[in-house]
Design a binder for this molecule. Structure first.
Ligand SMILES: Nc1nc2c(ncn2[C@@H]2O[C@H](COP(=O)(O)OP(=O)(O)OP(=O)(O)O)[C@@H](O)[C@H]2O)c(=O)[nH]1
Ligand SMILES: [Mg+2]
Length: 421
């Protein structure tokens, strides 16, 4: 990852109103939040109604002239476009507008770069940055420096790189190797969890929905939670004991956003895939956000992209304490159940935990078994495969009060205490 000095950018946000399901104004509102998070000051915004982008310079010629005058008027040092731009579009626009041209992808990459703390996060961000730059290189000998220009001027380009395509490719393959090794470690951890049979609950959702705040309320993990987009990049997992005695693992991870750059999805696949290995996905929604329905849609699309269509989902409508939260809450037919909460004010939390337990138990059977001392070898099987609520060494054998999945249930059927069936 490359870090260089930060300069304050005064930017104009631009976007196209395609007249489709995306509300152009709220897309720009989100771009505003991204720009602010990245440290830029927004001095204006401009939308053009068009069927599609102008392939040479995004806006049409006339609108671009209008934008040029506007940039001068508000004294902006650059523009940020809500859509992905080709290297050619950037080149043409910079020439016409005589200012720095950035886009949403660069902003997100830039924020990720400033947020990555773990070795894995850093490798993933650098990989995404390099892939992005490689895909925006046109022709031999083109300087990288201009292309890397994000808000904080982070990015490979701003470090005086005299690197060529070949060297980037080499670095990418080097990073890929590092990432593979990190992923191997992660896989070992996951396998250990599967072996322990502790239910894993992954917190997923749109960025800034309150995942980390809920994680802290539930587990006192002390995860950083802030009113900034992508406050969390690294995965945190904590074990908690519920009032019933059952133990669960909760995992907090990176948030989703619409138009998440593909290079980032690819680089962050192993982090994003954390949800894939969970027993339940806790889908956190910021109910106070006027785009909450759109956010829900983006989250389900991203989950599908990650191959998690089949996972049981519990939707948590968070931030119900806020005045902006409009009732009634939206319906969510994809979720098994929903729960309104305030992670901050700690309301609805015990109801949520009950619903999580009910859901876990709905695909596990509760049984009480007695294993005779002569079959002591089955005890380690129980420890390895069941969720143990209670255990006791009785006169006639080992007693267990457990939750077992179907397969385990069959193996233990002969030991089930009759009176508990
Ligand atoms: N009023 C109110 N604010 C909340 C609640 N939950 C979270 N917040 C605030 O929302 C902001 C974002 O919270 P985070 O927990 O960092 O959100 P996140 O989903 O982890 O966000 P990322 O990690 O950035 O994707 C913070 O300023 C929190 O204090 C809530 O129930 N009520
Ligand atoms: Mg977070």
């Amino acid at each position: 990852m490359y870090d260089t000095e930060k300069e304050i950018e005064k930017v104009v946000l631009i976007g196209i109103d395609y007249n489709n399901e995306y509300d152009a104004e709220s897309c720009l509102d989100e771009l505003y939040d991204l720009a602010k998070t990245a440290g830029a000051v927004c001095v204006g915004r401009m939308l053009q109604k068009r069927e599609g982008v102008h392939h040479g310079h995004y806006f049409g010629k006339g609108k671009l002239e209008e934008l040029k005058a506007y940039i001068k008027e508000v004294n902006a040092t650059g523009i940020i476009c809500d859509d992905e731009l080709t290297a050619n579009q950037i080149k043409n626009m910079e020439k016409i507008l005589e200012t720095k041209v950035m886009n949403r992808t660069l902003l997100i990459l830039d924020i990720f770069a400033s947020r990555a703390h773990s070795a894995e996060g850093k490798v993933q961000v650098e990989l995404a940055q390099l892939r992005y730059n490689l895909s925006h290189l046109t022709g031999q000998g083109r300087s990288l420096s201009r292309l890397g220009g994000g808000i904080g001027t982070r990015g490979p380009g701003e470090k005086k790189l005299e690197t060529d395509r070949r060297r980037i490719a080499d670095r990418i393959s080097e990073l890929n190797k590092e990432l593979k090794e990190i992923e191997r470690h992660r896989q070992v951890l996951r396998e250990k969890r599967i072996k322990n049979k502790i239910p894993v609950i992954a917190l997923a959702g749109y960025t800034n929905a309150g995942k980390s705040t809920l994680m802290n309320t539930l587990t006192h993990a002390g995860v950083l939670a802030e009113d900034k987009l992508f406050a969390t990049l690294d995965t945190t997992t904590r074990k908690i004991k519920l009032p019933s005695g059952a133990q669960y693992l909760f995992t907090d991870t990176v948030g989703f956003i619409q138009k998440l750059p593909h290079s980032l999805i690819k680089a962050f696949k192993s982090t994003l895939e954390e949800v894939k290995y969970a027993d339940i996905i806790l889908h956190i929604v910021d109910s106070s956000n006027s785009s909450r329905e759109q956010h829900i849609k983006v989250v389900y699309e991203t989950l599908e992209e990650l191959g998690c269509n089949e996972k049981p989902v519990i939707t948590v409508f968070n931030k119900i304490d806020k005045d902006e939260t409009v009732m009634p809450l939206p319906s969510d037919i994809r979720a098994i159940t929903t729960q309104p909460v305030s992670a901050k004010k700690e309301t609805g939390i015990s109801e949520l935990l009950e619903k999580i337990e009910e859901t876990v138990k709905s695909f596990k059977k509760s049984i009480k078994i007695l294993i005779p001392y002569s079959k002591g070898n089955m005890v380690s099987f129980v420890h390895g495969n069941c969720e143990i609520i209670n255990s006791d060494n009785r006169e006639d054998g080992f007693f267990f009060d457990i939750y077992a999945d179907n397969e385990t249930y069959k193996r233990l059927e002969e030991f089930i205490l009759k009176e508990t069936v």
